[in-house]
Ligand binder design. Structure first.
Ligand SMILES: [Zn+2]
Length: 247
């Protein structure tokens, strides 16, 4: 996704306190940054503080920016956390269709008004501007992305995950705006398993324990468009012509 015309990859690994790391595509660079802090539930590995020191901030920024970024100092960490927490509160408010706090909007606007990491073309003969960009410039790029994130185009697409006990917030960038989960592999699959078990238990007396595949439709990856769930009224039993296959 172009961010101030500097192309930055979206998504990051989250590590829950008790479990296996999982890939979270927040849909937005600014939301990725917000997810380094208190946004979302700790059970998901979001909500875990990741920026304990200036070095943590340096590492996070250098992983993202395709241009060199200087080392963060204590003051930079203080600023970064302030900006991040404002973006996180705004994202939570947006997911609840509530208005953001004016103070948080002010913080985002303040950083967005400072010089960001400028765009540049390869192939020139000399360096224009800094060869190593500063942390404040990187924070400005994040703030400008947040201005875009919270613009009117996206407001209906900022949502909390539909999973039980999961309130991870994401930007739904799917074409049909049908994303429901923080991750299909995580909350999406859990919901499918639960729905499957519920259907199976309802049919159990008549089905005679015949095995059926756990998943009848693709589950890998977040679908670009909706994979329709079989509706309750649609026939789900195999047709007589379909050959029996061993599980
Ligand atoms: Zn979730």
């Amino acid at each position: 996704m172009p961010v101030s015309t500097v192309s930055i990859p979206i998504g990051q690994w989250l590590i829950p306190a008790e479990g296996v790391r999982w890939w979270f595509d927040s849909g937005s660079f600014a939301l990725d940054f917000a997810t380094t802090g208190s946004i979302g539930g700790t059970a998901a590995g979001a909500g875990v503080e990741r920026l304990h020191s200036p070095d943590d901030l340096t590492a996070w920024l250098r992983e993202r920016f395709p241009v060199p970024v200087g080392a963060a100092r204590s003051r930079d960490l203080f600023d970064a956390v302030a900006l991040r927490d404002s973006i996180a509160r705004m994202a939570l408010a947006a997911s609840r269709r509530e208005a953001p706090r004016a103070g948080d909007v002010d913080v985002v606007n303040l950083y967005a008004a400072t010089p960001d990491v400028p765009p540049s073309l390869a192939g020139g003969s000399r360096q224009a501007g800094r060869s190593v960009h500063t942390v404040p410039q990187a924070l400005s790029t994040i703030a400008r992305d947040a201005v875009d994130l919270f613009g009117p185009v996206n407001l209906e697409r900022i949502r909390a995950c539909s999973g039980d006990d999961c309130d991870v917030v994401y930007l739904d960038t799917s074409r049909a705006a049908t994303r429901r989960w923080c991750s299909m592999q995580r909350c999406g699959n859990r919901a499918k398993v639960r729905a499957h078990r519920a259907r199976k238990s309802r049919r159990a007396p008549a089905s005679n324990g015949l095995a059926e595949p756990l998943f009848g439709d693709p589950i890998v990856g977040e679908p670009a468009s909706a994979v329709p769930e079989p509706s309750a009224s649609a026939p789900v039993e195999p047709t007589p012509a379909e050959p029996e296959r061993a599980a």
